[in-house]
Design a protein around this ligand. Structure first.
Ligand SMILES: NC(=O)c1ccc[n+]([C@@H]2O[C@H](COP(=O)([O-])OP(=O)(O)OC[C@H]3O[C@@H](n4cnc5c(N)ncnc54)[C@H](OP(=O)(O)O)[C@@H]3O)[C@@H](O)[C@H]2O)c1
Length: 317
């Protein structure tokens, strides 16, 4: 990403440390930051592609050493324990990584005068009637993961209220596990699947989010932002749109309810029934993401090709 025509790239020469650099969002962030002219340093819990510095964010002294050595002007904190059901089984670990870990990252950054932009989650909301949630909605998490993410965002803003928390939702894209990848893999391997019609949210592609985070960093926003793909989707609508964009029959996505799904496949953690977020503060800075349908149309063909599905669609014609 470059700046307006004739102007230097948005983050020309700025050193930016990315935590969670080996993860789904971290990988997209490294690309977006480099495209904006930043010098990127990736931090991860273990050696991986894109990880320049290894540190566990639960280790305050280790994080401090890593941040000191990287000497960034800004930190985008995308590391988290994102296993929602694992967090329900082990809430202490969730709080340690997502809460205390975030505090360590923020404190280490503040000590060297670096800004922090931490990535937050729609799971800080219950989804039980308040959607769509604006940035000023009062959080009321219903899962250990949601509570740990709320702990983390509050810890970051307590270290310095001028830091930023960018909440996002239903992330997809990249080489790891995500819902559209699961949908296409199941359709390819089994021909059809049941998907719930009563869970709704804001699907967000990691590349769109990474671009928006770079824009927000350049704009210098403070406090809480919601950066999500525009619009509301149920899981069923998203799965159908993904199937269609891959050239498959959307009727292969059969509707079901969360209650029926959980009766077959019980899960420990409750999920918000409707956690649609609205991006009001980002829009005021001209930072908006494409609609989720546009992003499904943009990014699904490459995912389908990666899964060998283009050939399946062609064979059906
Ligand atoms: N995925 C979603 O749908 C979603 C929705 C809303 C918000 N978010 C937020 O978006 C951010 C990025 O999520 P993502 O989807 O990119 O998750 P991800 O793919 O699971 O990446 C998270 C990264 O954090 C690293 N990490 C975990 N524990 C760590 C520790 N103790 N020390 C250092 N690094 C650690 C992981 O490393 P290892 O893999 O090596 O453990 C991984 O690279 C997170 O803050 C998440 O809460 C995600």
């Amino acid at each position: 990403m470059i700046g307006p025509e004739g102007s230097p790239p948005l983050l020309a020469g700025r050193r930016v440390l990315v935590t969670g650099a080996g993860g789904q969002l971290g990988s997209a962030l490294r690309l977006a930051l480099a495209g904006a002219g930043a010098v990127v340093v990736g931090l991860g819990a273990r050696p991986a592609t894109g990880v320049d510095v290894v540190a566990d964010i639960t280790d305050a002294a280790g994080v401090r050493r890593a941040v000191d050595a990287a000497a960034p002007a800004a930190v985008i904190h995308a590391a988290a324990w994102t296993d929602v059901d694992g967090a329900e089984r082990d809430p202490e670990r969730a709080n340690l990584v997502n809460g205390e870990g975030s505090r360590h990252v923020a404190a280490a950054a503040r000590a060297i005068g670096a800004r922090v932009m931490a990535v937050g989650s729609d799971y800080v909301f219950s989804g039980g009637g308040g959607a769509p949630y604006g940035e000023d909605a009062v959080p009321d998490p219903i899962s250990a993961y949601g509570r740990s993410k709320l702990f983390g965002e509050r810890a970051v803003l307590a270290v310095d209220p001028s830091f930023t928390v960018a909440r996002t939702a239903w992330l997809w894209g990249g080489s790891g596990k995500h819902f559209p990848r699961t949908v296409l893999t199941v359709l390819r391997d089994r021909g059809g699947m049941e998907v719930v019609t009563d869970e709704a949210g804001s699907p967000t592609h990691v590349t769109d989010l990474a671009t928006a985070l770079v824009g927000l960093l350049a704009a210098g926003g403070s406090g809480i932002y919601h950066l999500v793909g525009e619009g509301r989707a149920t899981r069923w609508e998203l799965a159908r749109a993904v199937a269609e964009a891959a050239g498959l029959d959307p009727e292969a996505i059969r509707p079901t309810t969360t209650a029926a799904f959980l009766a077959k496949y019980p899960l420990p953690a409750s999920r918000p029934a409707d956690s649609e977020l609205t991006n009001q503060r980002g829009e005021a800075l001209n930072i908006r993401l494409p609609s989720w349908r546009e992003s499904v149309a943009t990014y699904t063909p490459a995912l389908a090709a990666e899964l060998g599905l283009q050939r399946v669609a062609e064979a059906l014609l």
